[in-house]
Structures are given as C-alpha cells and as structure tokens.
Design a protein around this ligand. Structure first.
Ligand SMILES: O=C1NC(=O)NC(C(=O)O)N1
Length: 309
C-alpha cells in the first residue's frame, strides 16, 4: 500500500484527504464520522462565526448535473462549539475553520484561539461569498494584508487561509506577494466560485432562495479553476506554505491532477455531500491504481511536476 501520510505544521495527517469546510462537519456527529471514516486525514470544521447562526433562508443548496450551487450563509453552531471539539483529543488532526463577519470578528476569534488550549491548525476563511451584504475579504488585497499583519502581530499557532478562486494572473502575483510576507502553514484553495446562477426552465425560477438565486459553485464544473489556482499559488508561494487543493474532485484522476499541480492535501465538498464518507476509500483506491499504472511508489514522485506543453 502507498503511504499517503502528510505533515502540515505540527500535525501528522494519516491521509491526504479532508472534507471541504462546510460539508460533513457541522456537528460533533458529522465531525466524528469524518475522523472515523477510512482513508481520511482528519476533519476541517464548518467555518465558525462568533455566535451560532441559522444561515440563509432555504432552499439554499441545489445539486446540478455537473456540480452544485449554494448560498448557505455560514450556518454554524458558533465558535465555542467548534473550539470545544477541536480542543478535545481525536484519533486524527483537526483544522478549525473560522469566519468573522467583519475584520474585528476575525481578530477577536484568533485572540481567543491564541489564548486557548488548542494547539492544532486553524484556517481563516476569507472567501465566503454568501453572507448577504458582505464581500469576500480575499478579493480586497489591502484588507487582507492589513488583517494578516494584525493577526501575526500576536498569533503564534499554526494558521492557514481559505481563498476564493482568482481569475487573473496579476491577481495571483499580488495575492502571493502578500501571503509570502506571513508565516502561514498553508492555504486552502479554492472556495466555491462565487455568485453563479442556475434556473429551472419549467418554473422559470432560480433554484435557491437567497440573493435572488446567486450562489457559490462547486463540483466538477469548477475543477479547471481549482487546478489553475493550486498551480498558480504553488509556483508563487514560499515552499514553507503548504497547499490544500479543493474544488471539483470526484475521482482519483481529479486528485492526481490536484497533486500534479502541487497540492499537499486534497479536500472534497460537493462529491462528499453526494456520496458520503465512503468516497475517501474510493478516491484512495483510484489514485493507487493510477500510480501503480505509472510506476509511482510515492506522491513525491509526481507532486507539483505537471509539465508545460
Ligand atoms: O465559505 C463558504 N463557501 C461556500 O460556498 N458556502 C459557505 C456558506 O455559505 O456558509 N461558506
């Protein structure tokens, strides 16, 4: 069997696979299920906001033929619930995802984690596209830079950021220049492709209620965008900043492509919601088959080695 173990900061993940924050991670039951499932590296919590949130009105999720559209609106049990969970002992590492609704929230949440007994990884979600009236922070380069500067003036525990997709090479340059200034453990890229729209032609209505049907896109249809973002940041970031590749993974071949682009770990959202935690054994088996066919005995044989034409 191939060794899929991965280390990020002070955490040793027994597998490269994680859930995308938001999927299979809202409650203790779901998070335990992720940790206890075969071939998972651990669990990423739902992004925690300072207080519990109901989220946006339903329907707020819809499965499309080639992916998904969602405008959940950060429903979650509240920061204390998730801090309590990750501070407990678990068989595999946890990543605590947090999402402030304004800059002072983010600072406050990280002060609380810094002061807590939690020593594991934290991921600052800078990219939720679905909080009504709120922008995706990571599309504001100045705000992101200022926020990270403030955070790293006091935060000394392992910290990564969840990024939205970018679509312009100059934006990759600008964002990487900012991120390289800070001792981040990782980036997680991509969050959903923000503010897509889908219509049911029978009813001539949009398919989700919030924001007149505008929602974040996930699944197969965003795989090319996800691969581009993983590769672009791998090419630009300090090697010390690891990459969790997220977006569009439904098969071992998709995982293989994320790894060729340089991902250190791979997380699954839409397909996990659709298939359940059994997907991780399937992805492991499919990736193992591909590697065997190519004579690879370790991910290091091909990680980041996508070739130009
Ligand atoms: O960061 C997020 N990305 C999404 O696609 N949806 C959720 C949400 O709406 O809660 N948050």
């Amino acid at each position: 069997a191939i060794d899929f173990k991965t280390t990020m900061a002070n955490a040793e993940f027994p597998s490269i696979f994680l859930n995308a924050s938001g999927v299979n991670c809202m409650t203790v039951t779901e998070m335990d299920e992720m940790i206890n499932a075969a071939c998972t590296g651990g669990v990423v919590t739902k992004s925690a906001t300072p207080q519990q949130r109901e989220g946006n009105p339903q329907p707020r999720y819809y499965q499309l033929e080639h992916g998904s559209i969602n405008s959940m609106g950060l429903p979650n049990e509240g920061f204390p619930y998730y801090l309590d969970y990750v501070t407990k002992e678990h068989a595999k590492p946890t990543i605590l995802s947090v999402a402030g609704l304004k800059m002072s929230d983010n600072i406050e949440l990280l002060h609380k984690i810094q002061a807590s007994d939690y020593t594991g990884l934290t991921e600052l979600n800078l990219s939720c596209p679905n909080v009504i009236g709120k922008p995706q922070v990571a599309y504001d380069f100045e705000e992101t830079d200022a926020l990270l500067a403030e955070i790293f003036s006091f935060y000394t525990k392992p910290l990564g950021v969840k990024l939205p997709p970018y679509f312009d090479l100059v934006h990759f340059d600008q964002m990487a220049t900012i991120l390289n200034k800070y001792p981040l453990t990782h980036i997680n890229t991509v969050n959903s492709v923000g503010n897509g729209l889908w219509i049911d032609i029978d009813t001539e209505k949009v398919v989700i209620k919030p924001k007149q049907g505008f929602g974040g896109l996930g699944g197969t249809m965003i795989l090319p965008t996800a691969l581009a973002n993983v590769r672009a940041f791998r090419q630009r970031l300090n090697p010390s900043i690891k990459i969790i590749g997220t977006g569009g993974v439904t098969s071992g071949a998709d995982v293989f492509m994320h790894l060729l682009c340089g991902a250190d770990m791979v997380s699954v959202g839409t397909a996990l919601l659709h298939e359940g935690v059994g997907i991780f054994q399937r992805l492991t088996d499919e990736l193992t088959t591909i590697m065997a066919e190519k004579g690879y005995t370790s991910i290091e044989d091909f990680r980041g080695k996508v070739q130009d034409f």
